[in-house]
Design a protein around this ligand. Structure first.
Ligand code: SF4
Length: 385
């Protein structure tokens, strides 16, 4: 894969950011450490003047004020494609005037700083969960014996990761349900002590059915963790519990967001797999374009779903699906970033042939959080329920 940025990007010191969502939050600390952020453009600029200490402008105003600064578009996938199209209509050129943040992190830092910078990796701690969402994109209902990784293994994997990666915008810990992981506090302590200055944001995605105990709350706060609660109360009645969790996190000033989705796209896999012709798979993968990637068992996955599909025994991993850090030579470490940008043999991961994905080409929608069946969960250590 070649660097597409025009040579004048080398001298960039001032940038304009486009977007102030989750991706912007993950990457902001790295960008503002190395560049001067002149202002941020976002639709929210119509209602508020600033975000995270930076001036916020509506896109039209931001473009009118621009005096040649490069624009970093702080999102990926389909939303990036829409923004890119609007910038091109405004007379700007991709890779000369603007580019996606993931592309910038990958190529600018590698070309001019020899740093391997990734945008976002998701890491599963346990595949045990308190819910059984029928269309879970980690296929939780299909685990007959849900794996939980020993703390020692997670510590080794993180150490291995940072032997190859200089900086990670966002490390997201998930499952299953990560608050079921009995060594979560200890793992957060490892991240905080040894790697915190190389991770922009540590995020935990929880379904909000469990309450962390006082000790875990302390570690969540100490590691400056962002707790992202997925709200499935439209399908499962746990509104009171979710509110309790929000209050606990607020009391400790732990950053918290709640996401409530009405619908998910039905991947079809594993029960009713799609069948895409090989020649259609690259376009299908691009339509899906996951903006985060997976890291488990020392392997980096362009699509984290693939790791879980293999783990439930319904899919056989292919060489193109991941980069195995156990065998990667240090001098080839930039292969990780290229893999995350979608440089894959044939243009897709093997599972794309049978997975409906999240793109607009999949019109099969299902209610978010619909349950497969009721499930009893054993009481975990350190968690009050
Ligand atoms: S379509 Fe491909 S990239 Fe998208 S979720 Fe499925 S396997 Fe992953």
């Amino acid at each position: 894969m070649e660097n597409r940025l025009t040579p004048d990007w080398e001298d960039v010191r001032h940038v304009i950011l486009y977007g102030c969502g989750n991706v912007a939050q993950a990457c902001l600390s790295k960008i503002q450490r190395d560049f001067s952020v002149d202002y941020i453009m976002d639709k929210m600029g119509e209602q508020q003047d600033s975000w995270k200490g930076h001036q916020l402008l509506a896109p039209e105003s931001g473009l009118a004020r621009r005096t040649g600064q490069k624009i970093l578009v702080m999102t990926g996938g389909r939303v990036y494609q829409e923004i890119a199209a609007s910038l091109i209509v405004a007379g700007l050129k991709e890779y000369r005037d603007f580019c996606a943040i993931e592309y910038f992190l990958t190529w600018w830092y590698w070309t001019y700083r020899q740093e391997n910078v990734l945008m976002e990796l998701h890491m599963a701690l346990t595949m045990q969960c308190t819910l059984k969402c029928a269309n879970c994109n980690m296929f939780v209902p299909y685990y007959s014996n849900p794996v939980t990784f020993p703390l020692r293994q997670l510590k080794e994997e993180i150490k291995l990761l940072f032997q190859y990666v200089d900086y990670l915008g966002c490390l997201t810990l998930l499952g299953g349900e990560p608050f079921l992981y009995e060594n979560l506090a200890e793992f957060l302590e490892v991240l905080k002590t040894s790697y915190r200055n190389r991770i922009g944001v540590i995020k935990i995605i929880t379904n909000g059915t469990l309450l962390p105990d006082e000790r875990l709350l302390t570690f969540l706060a100490a590691a400056d963790t962002w707790v992202s609660i997925s709200d499935y109360t439209q399908e499962v009645p746990y509104e009171k519990r979710l509110k309790e969790l929000q209050s606990l996190l607020n009391e400790k000033a732990i950053q918290t967001t709640v996401t409530r989705m009405k619908e998910w796209r039905d991947f079809g896999f594993p029960e009713k797999p799609f069948q895409f012709a090989t020649e259609a798979c690259e376009a299908h993968r691009i339509a899906c374009s996951p903006i985060f990637h997976g890291y488990n068992e020392g392997k980096i996955f362009y699509c984290h779903v693939v790791w879980s599909a293999a783990n439930i025994g319904r899919y056989r991993l292919q060489a193109r699906d991941c980069v195995d850090l156990h065998t990667l030579k240090r001098e080839d470490r930039h292969e990780i970033a290229c893999h995350c940008l979608g440089e894959l043999a044939g243009g897709f991961v093997g599972l794309c042939q049978i997975c409906g994905g999240c793109g607009q080409d999949n019109d099969k929608l299902v209610p978010a959080g619909r349950q497969a069946r009721k499930n009893a969960v054993s009481s975990p250590h350190g968690i009050t329920r």
